[in-house]
Design a protein around this ligand. Structure first.
Ligand code: HSE
Length: 322
């Protein structure tokens, strides 16, 4: 059986979920389906209790990323550290060394989109980041592959699970903002610093990635006009309900002629719009293409296994082509 060696950087929510799916939950199924055996050879992780909890051999642990980017026994690097510059530097090194990279790290991808894709092109390695937008929803691969024959005019999405969870719990259960945020943190949806979620920074990162793929135009995330949900009150939610709709944090980009406009902001969505039915940590990405028409992708946008599912999909796609 063909063997492909994997390194995982960071055993947090997504790194752990990825290992869980690849090496435990669906190991046999993946082997049968692909004819490939995946071996975890290296882990960049200081917290040995995380290795122990997942049953990973402690000898896999390294603390120097060069021992991964230069290693002969690593084919695919999974970067799930979080952060921006540090992980981006590691990913660039790995790509330049010919190792394919998979990451769910939207902040690092959005800030370094051009540099990382250039590094991949230079060495011929693959750079895949399906899990960076919409968690388990395979929208990026669909946009890049199945929908590649379309000119897109609009992309509109609920791309942050934490804020959608908070708005849903406030609107449907009457929870306070603080209570709902605390629960989203407990469930592992929120970023390490939830300001990134509630102020729309995370959604802007994801919109930057979507915009690059849909419109072939890179917009740095800091140039995206954004407003988060920290100013949304219970009375705003009740007013929206009385008008037959809901408030959702919407990331959108529209192309009219040569003009691309984009924003992240709380938006009134009428109940008869498909995005109004997207609740809790679920995400949805609604695209309009000139051939396909309107299309909506829907699924869990956060959490260990949904996001790990997208990472594993990328790993398998790369491994199949090695
Ligand atoms: N904090 C993010 C969210 C995690 O809530 O959507 C998934 O990107």
């Amino acid at each position: 059986m063909k063997n492909v060696n994997i390194a995982i950087l960071g055993l947090g929510t997504v790194g752990g979920g990825t290992y869980e799916i690849l090496s435990k939950l669906n190991k046999k199924l993946i082997e049968t389906r692909t004819g490939i055996n995946f071996t975890l050879t290296k882990v960049l992780e200081r917290d040995m209790s995380k290795l122990e909890a997942l049953g990973i051999d402690p000898s896999c642990a390294v603390t120097d990323p060069d021992l991964i980017t230069n290693a002969d026994d690593v084919d695919i690097v999974v970067e799930s550290l979080g952060g921006i510059d540090f992980p981006a530097d590691i990913m660039e090194k790995a790509l330049l060394n010919g190792k394919s990279v998979v990451t769910p790290n939207k902040a690092a991808v959005a800030a370094n989109f051009e540099r990382l894709n250039k590094a991949a092109k230079a060495s011929g390695a693959q750079f895949r980041f399906e899990a960076s937008v919409g968690g388990g929803i395979p929208a990026l691969t669909a946009i890049k592959e199945a929908l590649a024959g379309n000119r897109f005019t609009e992309v509109m999405g609920i791309v942050n699970g934490t804020t959608n969870y908070i708005l849903t719990k406030m609107g449907e259960e009457g929870w306070s903002y603080e209570e709902a945020l605390k629960d989203a943190q407990k469930k592992g949806f929120a970023e390490a610093d939830p300001t990134a979620d509630v102020e729309g920074i995370d959604a802007a990162n994801k919109l930057s990635i979507l915009t690059s793929l849909c419109f072939d135009e890179y917009i740095p995330p800091e140039e995206i006009t954004r407003e988060g949900i920290s100013g949304v009150t219970m009375s705003d939610i009740e007013e929206a309900r009385s008008k037959g709709g809901k408030i959702k944090l919407i990331a959108s980009a529209k192309k009219r002629g040569a003009i691309l406009s984009y924003s992240v902001k709380p938006t009134f969505i009428p109940n008869d719009h498909p995005l109004a039915g997207v609740s809790n940590e679920f995400n949805a990405i609604y695209v309009t293409g000139n051939a396909v028409g309107e299309l909506m992708f829907y699924g869990k946008g956060a959490g260990a296994l949904p996001t790990g599912s997208a990472v594993v999909g990328d790993i398998i796609a790369i491994a199949n082509s090695l």
